[in-house]
Design a protein around this ligand. Structure first.
Ligand code: BGC
Length: 480
C-alpha cells in the first residue's frame, strides 16, 4: 500500500457543522433553531449540560481557522450553513448580517485556496417553523427548505462545486425536531413523537432534497454536483445462517434503503419497508418518484464504524434497524466486527458507545454499497469519519490530550482500507474527509466528547493540532 497513489483529483479535507463549531448562538440576528431549545431547556438531555452557545466560536474566529487549514495544506473544508442565520424565522425576511458573514467565509476560503463543500442543513431546524407547523413533519417544510436552499446556492455556486442538501436524514427525527422535548414538554409530543413522525420527516427530507437537486440542474444550471450525506455503518452477518443474513439486510433496508430512492429504478422505498411499516410509511406519487430517481450526483456516506448483525430470538420479520419502535426487537447487536475491537466509550453518559474501531469494515462497506446495494452509484465519497476517546474530555494534561495515538491509528488504518477499496476492490472512491476540524459540540453527548483533529481549549479558545492531525496529513502526503 505504501507506494500506491490516490487517483487524480481525489478530494480530501476536514469537515464540521455550524451549530457544532460556530457558537455566537444569539449574535448578528440569528434566529433560534431547535438545538437552542434542546440544549437550554431540558436539564440532562445533553450529557454534560453543555450548549452550542460558544463552543469553538468559529463564527468569530473563522479567519484564523481558515488560515490554519491553508497553512497545514488542507485542500478542502466541508462546513455547513446555519439556516436560521440566513432566515431567522425559517422563511420571510433575510438576515443581512448572517448573509454578509457567510459571504466573507466563502471569500476567505477561496482566497486561501481551501475549497468549500457546503452542507445546507445539518440539523438546525429553525424553531419558528417547528412552532408554526411542526417543521419536518409537515409538507410545508419542503417549500420553505427549497426557498432557503435556492437562496444560498444562487449566491455561492460560483465558488462551491459540491453541495449537500441534508446531513444524514437517517437521523429523522431525533436530531431534526424537538421530539426529545416531548417527554418534558408534552405540547411538542403530539406533532413530533413516535414512529410515524420519523417516517414523515424522512419523506419530506427526500422530497426537499429532490426538488432542490432538480432545480439545481434543470433550471439554475449549477456548475457543481449535488447530493445528500448518508448516515450508515457496515453490518457483517454473524454467520451465514438465513436469520443472520436477514438481520444484516434489514439493517441496510431500514437505514440506507430508506433513503435509497435516488438510486432505485423506481425512485421509491424498498418493498421490505413498505411491507413492514404499512401505513406508517407515507407513499410517494408517481411524479414524486420520478423526481427522486437520479436526484443524487454521487453517493456520500459517513461510515464511522461496523457491527455484527445477528438474529435475536428468531427475530421477527418486522425487526427494524433502529429503536424507533420499542415493540420491535433489535436485530443487530453492538459487538465489534474485529473481535479484538472495543466500544471506545462506556455505554451511557459519554455517548460514544456506538463507535468501534473497525478499519476493515469501511473497505467492505464501500464495496457493499457500490456493488450490491446501489450499483448505479458512479462514485462514492466518505464525507465523514473520525474517532472520539471516551476519556479525552476528562484529561487534564495537554500533552496527553495531544498525544492521541488511538485516533492517529484509526485515521491511518481507515485511510489504508479506503485505498485498498480503490485498488484491490475497484471501488470508485473519490474523496474522504476527517471529522472534525477541531473539537466540537457532540449533540446529545455534549462537549466532553471530542472528535477534533485539533484540540480546543474552551476557556482560551486556543486550537492545537493533535498527533492525529499530523498522521492524517502525512498519510495524504505519502499517497498524493
Ligand atoms: C454527524 C456529526 C457528528 C458525528 C459524530 C455524524 O453522524 O453528522 O454531526 O458529530 O457523526 O457523532
Amino acid at each position: 500500500l505504501a507506494d500506491l497513489k490516490l487517483p487524480e483529483g481525489f478530494s480530501w479535507g476536514v469537515a464540521s457543522s455550524s451549530y457544532q463549531i460556530e457558537g455566537a448562538a444569539k449574535d448578528e440576528g440569528k434566529g433560534p433553531s431547535i438545538w437552542d431549545l434542546l440544549s437550554h431547556r431540558i436539564p440532562g438531555l445533553i450529557a454534560d449540560n453543555s450548549t452550542g452557545d460558544v463552543v469553538g466560536s468559529h463564527y468569530w474566529l473563522y479567519k484564523q481557522d481558515i488560515a490554519r487549514l491553508a497553512n497545514l495544506g488542507i485542500p478542502r473544508f466541508s462546513p455547513s450553513i446555519s439556516w436560521p442565520r440566513i432566515f431567522p424565522f425559517g422563511k420571510g425576511p433575510v438576515n443581512a448580517a448572517g448573509v454578509a458573514h457567510y459571504d466573507d467565509v466563502i471569500k476567505t476560503l477561496v482566497e486561501a485556496h481551501v475549497k468549500p463543500s457546503v452542507t445546507l442543513f445539518h440539523w438546525e431546524t429553525p424553531l419558528a417553523l417547528f412552532n408554526e407547523y411542526g417543521a419536518w413533519n409537515h409538507p410545508q417544510i419542503v417549500d420553505d427548505y427549497v426557498a432557503y436552499a435556492q437562496f444560498v446556492i444562487s449566491r455561492y455556486d460560483e465558488y462551491v462545486d459540491e453541495w449537500f442538501t441534508i446531513n444524514e436524514p437517517q437521523h429523522c427525527n431525533w436530531q431534526f425536531s424537538t421530539y426529545p422535548a416531548g417527554e418534558y414538554y408534552p405540547a411538542y409530543d403530539g406533532i413530533t413523537g413516535g414512529i410515524q413522525s420519523r417516517y414523515l420527516c424522512g419523506h419530506h427530507t427526500l422530497l426537499a432534497h429532490a426538488k432542490v437537486a432538480k432545480w439545481y440542474h434543470d433550471e439554475f444550471h449549477g456548475r457543481g454536483r449535488i447530493t445528500f450525506k448518508n448516515s450508515g455503518n457496515y453490518f457483517e452477518p454473524n454467520t451465514t445462517s438465513e436469520g443472520d443474513l436477514d438481520a444484516a439486510q434489514r439493517q441496510y433496508d431500514f437505514v440506507l434503503g430508506w433513503f435509497g430512492g435516488p438510486w432505485a429504478e423506481d425512485g421509491d422505498y424498498p418493498q421490505s419497508l413498505k411491507d413492514t411499516l404499512g401505513d406508517l410509511l407515507p407513499a410517494f406519487t408517481d411524479e414524486e418518484k420520478e423526481l427522486i430517481k437520479g436526484s443524487c450526483d454521487f453517493y456520500a456516506i459517513d461510515p464511522y464504524t461496523s457491527y455484527t448483525a445477528y438474529e435475536i430470538d428468531g427475530g421477527s420479520a418486522a425487526c427494524a434497524a433502529n429503536q424507533s419502535n420499542p415493540a420491535w426487537p433489535e436485530c443487530a447487536g453492538s459487538v465489534s466486527l474485529e473481535g479484538n475491537g472495543f466500544p471506545i466509550g462506556p455505554a451511557g453518559d459519554q455517548g460514544v458507545s456506538w463507535l468501534y474501531d473497525t478499519p476493515t469494515g469501511v473497505r467492505r462497506f464501500l464495496s457493499k454499497i457500490t456493488k450490491e446495494l446501489f450499483p448505479s452509484v458512479p462514485d462514492i465519497v466518505v464525507t465523514e469519519f473520525g474517532f472520539a476517546e471516551p476519556f479525552e474530555g476528562e484529561l487534564d494534561s495537554l500533552q496527553t490530550i495531544l498525544w492521541d495515538l488511538r485516533r492517529a491509528d484509526y485515521y491511518q488504518s481507515y485511510l489504508d482500507n479506503i485505498l485498498a477499496a480503490i485498488y484491490n476492490d475497484g471501488v470508485n472512491v473519490t474523496g474522504a474527509w476527517g471529522w472534525a476540524i477541531f473539537d466540537n459540540f457532540e449533540w446529545f453527548a455534549g462537549s466532553k466528547v471530542r472528535f477534533g483533529l485539533q484540540y480546543v481549549n474552551y476557556t482560551s479558545l486556543e486550537r492545537t493540532p493533535k498527533a492525529s492531525m499530523f498522521q492524517f496529513l502525512n498519510w495524504f502526503k505519502e499517497h498524493e
